[in-house]
Ligand binder design. Structure first.
Ligand code: NAP
Length: 306
């Protein structure tokens, strides 16, 4: 199947949905391709408390509201797992099911994906006690001891969220300081359910054949290995950009993030990057939505000039 649009947006997180609002409201025939549910990282975030105008809301609620808004001006929401983007007068967006979409401009807003621990026992226990989404799976571990790996904002915020279910949450960090912002660190201070284990890295996940039974950690100072009996492990050790389908375009930096100018446009004219997928310092919902608006507005002017 081949279909033509003015603009194709790849990814329906906050950046993609904002781009859809701006582009379709400006009159562009717009499609938003997404392979999962709309919302991106919002769907995996329990609480949002830095979206201006709303003091506190749930990530899933904000995602739903944004999705409703993103389609009211006519943008189409289309299922698609993109495997390649090709440049040309008409840019081609190729999906794994063989569908090819053509557009005069493309905004890539595919965000990031969770980094894996890459230790024995991880892969085979995903869904059996290893989870990368506290909001999705936390409630399965009521009154149990949970392990969270990582010391960044995500790890600490999700650890705090998990304390409402767990009897105890161990946060395992590889240094003796957190990477998370001070305000996020404040949020877990004095929480009696949280236990921080410093200078330690996970080395193996054990299971009983059906589910996770223990996490083995190594103290990086002493090399001592110890075992924590647990059925639940939530790694939050950072993110990598979801850009493998762009490898043919020379628009990525050494880490795989998209390099864009002030208009969110790459050096390939008419191909834009927006949101967490872009090389930048601050990855937040507000910065993602801002990118989406800037990219859509510039794409609109480019298309009108053609
Ligand atoms: P992050 O800030 O990169 O933190 C990753 C954490 O995992 C660090 O503590 C890191 O340790 C640790 N780590 C990395 N590899 C590891 C390994 N192999 N074994 C054990 N530990 C490992 O990632 P993030 O928390 O996912 O955040 C990503 C971005 O989103 C950040 O820019 C963050 O600020 C932003 N974010 C913001 C908010 C908010 O503002 N509320 C919420 C969530 C995320 P080291 O510190 O030792 O490197």
């Amino acid at each position: 199947m081949e279909r033509q649009y003015d603009l194709i947006i790849i990814g329906a997180g906050p950046a993609g949905m904002s781009a859809a609002i701006y582009a379709s409201r400006a009159g562009l025939k717009t499609a938003m391709l997404e392979m999962g549910a709309p919302g991106g990282k919002l769907l995996k975030t329990a609480e949002i408390s830095n979206w201006p105008g709303i003091k506190e809301t749930e990530g899933a609620k904000l995602a739903y509201d944004m999705f409703e808004h993103s389609t009211i001006f006519g943008a189409e929401y289309v299922y698609g797992n993109v495997v390649k983007v090709e440049d040309g007068e008409w840019k081609k967006v190729i999906c794994d099911d063989g569908n090819v979409y053509e557009a005069k401009a493309v905004i890539v807003a595919t965000g990031t994906q969770e980094r894996m621990l890459n230790i024995p026992g991880e892969q085979e226990n995903v869904g059996r006690g290893v989870s990368y989404c506290a909001v999705c799976d936390g409630a399965f571990f009521k009154d149990q001891e949970i392990c969270v790996i990582g010391g960044g904002n995500s790890a600490l915020e999700e650890a705090k969220y998990l304390t409402q279910f767990a009897s105890k949450v161990n946060i395992i960090i590889r240094r003796d300081v957190f990477r998370a912002d001070v305000i996020v660190q404040e949020g877990i201070k004095n929480n009696e359910k949280i236990n921080v284990i410093t200078n330690s890295v996970p080395v193996e996940i054990k299971d009983d054949g059906k589910k996770v039974s223990a996490l083995c950690i190594k103290n990086v100072k002493t090399d001592e290995i110890s075992e924590i009996a647990t059925n639940a492990i939530f790694p939050y050790i950072g993110l990598d950009p979801a850009t493998s389908f762009l490898s043919g375009l020379d628009v990525l930096d050494d880490y795989g993030y998209m390099v864009v100018d002030d208009n969110c446009e790459t050096k390939v004219k008419g191909i834009y990057g927006a949101g967490d997928v872009v090389a930048k310092k601050l990855r937040q919902v507000v910065t993602a939505t801002s990118d989406g608006a800037i990219a859509a507005q510039h794409a609109f002017h480019r298309i009108k000039q053609l």
